[in-house]
Design a protein around this ligand. Structure first.
Ligand code: CMP
Length: 137
C-alpha cells in the first residue's frame, strides 16, 4: 500500500472538473485518504514547488498555482505513485496518451489540470506539506 499527493490544479477546478477527476481515481481503484480545497498564496505555491525554484518557468508556475482554488488529495493504493502518474499522462498534454486526465482536460504544459508526486521521497514531503498524520484515514 502506497500514498501519493494529488492536486487538482486551478484550471481544472475553474472548469468544474473536481467530481470527474475524483471519480476517475476511484474508478481506477485508488482510495481518497484525505482531501481539501485550498487557495494557495504565492508563497505557499513557491514553498510547494521549491525544487523547481531555479527553473525558468517557476514564476509562471507559482502565479498559476496561486491564481484560484485547487484541491489537494492523498491517494492510496497498490503502487499509487506510478498508477496516479499513468492516469494523469505526460506533463505536456500534447504528449499525453489518449484517455489520460491531461489529454482529456489540460490545455498546456503550464496549465495541466493535475499534479502527482513523482517518487516515494517526494510523496512523503508533499503529503506532509498539506496534511497532518491525523487527517489521513
Ligand atoms: P507538475 O507535475 O505540477 O510539476 C511541475 C510543473 O511545472 C509541471 O507539472 C508543469 O505544470 C510545470 N512545467 C513544467 N515544464 C514547464 C514549462 N516548460 N513551462 C511551464 N510550466 C512547466
Amino acid at each position: 500500500m502506497q500514498r501519493t499527493l494529488s492536486i487538482i490544479k486551478p484550471d481544472a477546478v475553474k472548469k468544474n472538473l473536481i467530481g470527474k477527476i475524483v471519480a476517475r481515481f476511484e474508478e481506477e481503484g485508488l482510495r481518497i485518504a484525505a482531501m481539501r480545497k485550498v487557495h494557495l498564496s504565492k508563497r505557499e505555491a513557491e514553498g510547494f514547488y521549491a525544487v523547481h525554484a531555479e527553473r525558468p518557468f517557476f514564476g509562471e508556475l507559482t502565479d498559476f498555482m496561486s491564481s484560484g482554488p485547487a484541491v489537494v488529495m492523498v491517494l492510496e493504493g497498490d503502487n499509487a505513485i506510478l498508477r496516479n502518474r499513468e492516469i494523469m499522462g505526460a506533463t505536456n498534454p500534447a504528449e499525453a496518451a489518449e484517455g489520460t486526465l491531461r489529454k482529456l482536460y489540460a490545455d498546456s504544459i503550464g496549465e495541466n489540470a493535475v499534479h502527482g508526486s513523482d517518487a516515494p521521497e517526494t510523496a512523503a514531503v508533499e503529503i506532509d506539506y498539506f496534511f497532518r498524520a491525523t487527517e489521513l484515514n
